[in-house]
Design a protein around this ligand. Structure first.
Ligand SMILES: Nc1ncnc2c1ncn2[C@@H]1O[C@H](COP(=O)(O)OP(=O)(O)O)[C@@H](O)[C@H]1O
Ligand code: SF4
Ligand SMILES: [Mg+2]
Length: 345
């Protein structure tokens, strides 16, 4: 992979396979949660990561931070390989790489008050001591829109939105460069979601943060993301600037995801074309051969179950993984109408 100073994170054929079972009487099986992901996250951008539940988004986010150990491939941070670091060297690096979780309640220690929760990483990394920790905590509380008088309160005394603000303040406490936000608004009321998105946007601008924003909610991703990566059963199947993914989706899977989002205008909603996906996401234990999507794809042909499509540039800055499209023939509807099977190589 070409080295590029503008990339904060580069993933090179990253894999996370979970071993399940495998005892005296049963053979081990492997869940291929992340199965060969290559992409880059540019400095200051928000890369949205979308896909149905179970397709490997959280595992990918955690693997970047080595909260889950990759099985193969590499994660480069600022050009240097994180996978070769010792556990303690990785802990040091984690100062720069933080995570915000879907359920802040589960990720905040219920027996610690807000001051302790936000102060802990500051102390752990020796970023301040004594009174200056308290000052830093209160500054952070104000930054994320929490009243500094609440510093002695416990997580259960806050609303869901406020708890997410605490989670964000804790992530910010170490002045990170890159944040994985894993469904940060999915557990919140709709009215609160916009507030948290606005907060994340403002913080990104103020602190030149780089985000991987994981969500199954395409509207949220559209609002926040510069580029969008679409994931299906462990693989990225489409990657492009957000506006191109929504205005000109190349992959049948992406189109189906977009068409599942209701349109607020009832007239358009009643008449628009919808692609309904057949069935659920297949098991990642024995994913369908060839293109993993072939069991649900309305455009599938026999070859789709034999050939693994590669993620390649089809249009400028627009990558997709489908054997029925290429740069000369980017439109799958036109190709299907013309009776084209697999195109080029
Ligand atoms: N610790 C684990 N052990 C075994 N399988 C796991 C583990 N974590 C996740 N999985 C499986 O890996 C797949 C991807 O999970 P996940 O990354 O959580 O997907 P998503 O975040 O897109 O919903 C799922 O099939 C899930 O059941
Ligand atoms: S490779 Fe085949 S199954 Fe996969 S998205 Fe393209 S047409 Fe559908
Ligand atoms: Mg998840």
């Amino acid at each position: 992979m070409e080295k590029n100073g503008n990339n904060v994170i580069e993933l090179d054929d990253l894999r996370v396979h979970y071993r399940i079972g495998g005892g005296l009487f049963s053979e081990a099986k492997w869940v291929k949660a992340v199965d060969g992901v290559t992409l880059e996250i540019k400095k200051g951008e928000t890369l949205g990561l979308v896909g149905e539940s179970g397709c490997g988004k959280s595992t990918l986010g955690k693997a970047i931070l080595r909260l889950t150990e990759p099985t193969g491939g590499r994660v480069l941070y600022q050009g240097s390989d994180l996978s070769v670091l010792s556990q303690s060297a990785m802990r040091d690096q984690r100062r720069n790489l933080q995570m915000i979780f879907q359920d802040p309640y589960a990720s905040l220690n219920p027996r610690m008050n807000v001051g302790q929760i936000i102060g802990e990483p500051i102390r752990t990394y020796g970023l301040a001591n004594g009174k200056s920790v308290d000052e830093r905590v209160q500054e952070l509380m104000e930054t994320v829109g929490l009243n500094r008088r609440f510093v002695k309160r416990y997580p259960h005394e806050f609303s869901g939105g406020q708890r997410q603000r605490i989670g964000i303040a804790r992530a910010l406490a170490v002045d990170p460069e890159f944040i994985v936000a894993d469904e940060p608004i999915s557990a919140l009321d709709v009215s609160i979601q916009a507030q948290i998105m606005n907060l994340m946007e403002r913080l990104q601008a103020e602190k030149s943060l780089t985000y991987l924003f994981i969500s199954h909610d395409l509207r949220a991703v559209r609002h926040l993301s510069d580029r969008v990566a679409v994931m299906y059963l462990g693989k990225i199947v489409e990657l492009a600037p957000g506006k191109d993914v929504y205005a000109d989706p190349l992959m049948p899977y992406t189109r189906a995801l977009i068409s599942a989002v209701p349109v607020p205008d009832p007239e358009i909603e009643a008449t628009r074309e919808r692609i309904i996906l057949k069935g659920d996401v297949p098991s990642p234990i024995n994913p369908p051969a060839g293109c993993h999507f072939h069991t649900r794809c309305p455009y599938a042909i026999a070859e789709c179950s034999q050939r693994v499509p590669q993620l390649v540039e089809i249009k400028p800055n627009h990558r997709a993984a489908c054997i029925r499209i290429n740069a000369e023939n980017p439109n799958i509807d036109a190709n299907a109408a013309a009776g084209l099977g697999a195109v080029g190589d």
